[in-house]
Design a protein around this ligand. Structure first.
Ligand SMILES: *[C@@H]1O[C@H](CO)[C@@H](O)[C@H](O)[C@H]1NC(C)=O
Length: 251
């Protein structure tokens, strides 16, 4: 996801629903302003939607309506021939984007707080059981975030469970994503976090070496074992010496 996409400010300009007999139909119009900074590269997109499909789109870079269905194409043609309609649309997206982009930038984006990301192993692989990793992002603002997984740099889609963004109740949010996978030697598993506070997606590599607490346990266990061996060996040597000494001493 590019920075531009992350900075989408979306405004629902007009929404209405026409209900049929039992199920409903949905007509909507969603305007988006895409930008990289509040006064540069602003692209306005105005989508006309029926049910879930965009049937006409106005893209300010293109400067006219484009149809995506039979009806959409027909209407777009007619609307493009109407100078009033075109002028109105251009003025409208200009007004919406110019006013809101600056507001959103000043009040949301400059207040963005970077997430603190932690990568943990929940379960080591064993037997037929896959390993489970958890990627957690804490204390970020605003809420919009994307957490995904990479295996040797390529996106992993299967066996991923993500929580929703959870509100901490203090304007900050957290999110958790689980990856179930079967480890292969030499591969690199990473967690990728995309957020408005980052200039680019951040990648955190999983270090499969044991965490420090586990390493400490092994060191303590190994020290105990070595100490045991030394004491046993010393005892054995002492016993041998004693019994050897006994033989040498004549009665
Ligand atoms: C708007 O139009 C431009 C020029 O054709 C294109 O590069 C851009 O991707 C379009 N934006 C969207 C969101 O469709």
């Amino acid at each position: 996801m590019s920075l531009q996409k992350l900075l989408v400010c979306q405004l629902t300009v007009f929404l209405s629903a026409f209900t049929g007999a039992s199920d409903g139909y949905y007509f909507g119009r969603i305007a988006k302003c895409l930008f990289t900074s509040p006064d540069r590269d602003i692209v306005a997109i105005d989508n006309y939607i029926f049910n879930k499909d965009v049937f006409i789109q106005f893209n300010s870079t293109v400067g006219e309506f484009v149809g995506y269905t039979e009806l959409g194409v027909k209407n777009a043609e007619a609307w493009n021939k109407d100078p009033n309609r075109l002028a109105q649309e251009r003025a409208e997206v200009d007004r919406v984007c110019k006013n809101n982009v600056k507001n959103d930038y000043d009040n949301v984006l400059v207040k963005a707080v970077k997430p603190r990301v932690k990568l943990n192993s929940l379960k080591q692989a064993g037997g037929r059981h896959p390993a489970v990793l958890m990627c957690s992002a804490y204390d970020f603002y605003p809420k919009q975030i994307k957490v995904s997984w990479l295996r040797d740099g390529k996106p992993v889609t299967s066996e991923v469970i993500s929580s929703e963004e959870l509100a901490d109740g203090n304007w900050y949010y957290q999110i958790h994503s689980h990856l179930e996978y079967t480890p292969k030697s030499g591969e690199k598993i990473s967690c990728m976090v995309e957020h408005g506070s980052f200039k680019q997606p951040m990648i955190y590599d999983w270090d499969p070496s044991l965490p420090e607490s586990e390493r400490n346990k092994i060191v303590i266990g190994a020290s105990g074992l070595v100490l045991g061996i030394i004491i046993t060996a010393a005892g054995l040597i002492y016993y041998k010496k004693k019994s050897a000494g006994r033989i040498l001493v004549p009665h």
